[in-house]
Design a protein around this ligand. Structure first.
Ligand code: UDP
Ligand code: MG
Length: 326
């Protein structure tokens, strides 16, 4: 068995030597053959120097340094590309994930799963991170049908085919189990011990939740309708257009009837109820025109999206720029 351990690093100089020691320990205890791939995501502290000296002393350490900070997703993508193992483990560099858990992940893969995601059941993070994250996980699980307690756990283990087939970009590292599940891979979770951050500080603030929510919508859309966007946009567009057109006709006829009746069929002044209906009719007429324009726009955007998917070539360019490799 050959295990690749991919570790995205952004300013974690103090943690790295300790982390590597812990990885060495568990791998030698279980006689895992391994490679450790550090991806330095544009660190501005001494992380790269630490990684370089680890790589010089240990032939199984490989490293990639980005030209600037491209984000954790790009780090994982570069790590997956470089990984040559049968199984790929990812973990954070900040010592919050415990390498001693690695055997539990591999045992789950052995049961026949393709992706095993960690579940930080007891989290050692501030409350303003823990509670929103619970809501986020519930939302992701119910919207996507991939039921995990902790989608964004840094510690995950993949069969190599899975990791190599996932389209990662943006900040989609939060949705790797969802993307894998949507392609039919078998996804499960395993409880992990979580540790307090000893050194440095978290790289994400509250904005992660807004961004995560936007990514959730786009991942949901792409996995569900990516191959046929018109099934969403066209269907709703047509429905909205037809519905609005019906109200357009109804309100138009109502307004015309009001005019004709009170102008030509009677000498009396228009009755109050008819005047009120007439004003309501103008309101509905206006709204129905807006609805028709929106419906038509949905339809047209859906058609354009169909064109893009029909002629879309998978992007070959990477989502990052490498400065050095070891
Ligand atoms: N990280 C990264 N690039 C970034 C931000 C974070 O490679 O732009 C790494 C970071 O060094 C750590 C992991 O991603 O190894 C998780 O980051 P962090 O611990 O800050 O996240 P949190 O634990 O607060 O969710
Ligand atoms: Mg952390």
């Amino acid at each position: 068995m050959f295990l690749s351990i991919v570790i995205p690093v952004f300013n974690e100089e103090e943690s790295l030597p300790i982390l590597f020691g812990q990885i060495e320990k568990v791998c030698s205890e279980h006689s895992y053959e391994k490679e450790v791939i550090f991806v330095d995501d544009g660190s501005t502290d001494g992380s790269w120097n630490v990684i370089r000296s680890l790589a010089e002393q240990n032939p199984e350490v490989h490293a990639i340094r980005f030209r600037r900070n491209f984000g954790k997703a790009a780090g994982l993508e570069a790590g997956f590309k470089a990984a040559t193992g049968q199984f790929i483990m990812t973990m954070d560099a900040d010592l919050q994930d415990d390498p001693a858990e690695i055997p539990n992940f591999l045992a789950k893969l052995d049961e026949g799963f393709d992706l095993v995601s960690g579940w930080k059941k007891i989290r050692h993070d501030p409350w303003h991170k823990v509670y929103p994250s619970r809501v986020f996980n519930k939302m992701v699980s119910s919207l996507t049908g991939v039921h995990l307690h902790d989608h964004n756990c840094g510690m995950k283990c993949y069969r190599a085919e899975v990791a190599h087939s996932l389209p990662i970009f943006g900040e989609r590292h939060r949705f790797l189990p969802v993307l894998a599940g949507s392609r039919g891979w078998r996804v499960t979770e395993v409880v992990v011990q979580h540790r307090k951050r000893e050194f440095g500080h978290s790289k994400y603030g509250f904005s992660r939740f807004m961004k995560g929510f936007m990514d959730l919508l786009s991942v949901h859309f792409v996995t569900k309708y990516g191959q046929h966007p018109q099934h969403l946009l066209g269907v709703y567009g047509t429905f909205l257009f037809a519905f609005s057109f019906l109200f357009f006709l109804l309100s138009g006829c109502g307004i015309a009837a009001h005019r004709i009746y009170w102008n030509y069929f009677t000498d009396e002044a228009p009755a109050m109820w008819s005047q009120i209906l007439n004003y309501v009719g103008f309101g509905v007429l206006f709204l129905s025109m807006v609805g028709m324009i929106l419906g038509g726009t949905f339809f047209a955007v859906g058609l354009a999206a169909e064109l893009l998917t029909a002629f879309h070539q998978a992007p070959t360019a990477e989502n990052y720029d490498v400065a050095e490799k070891l």
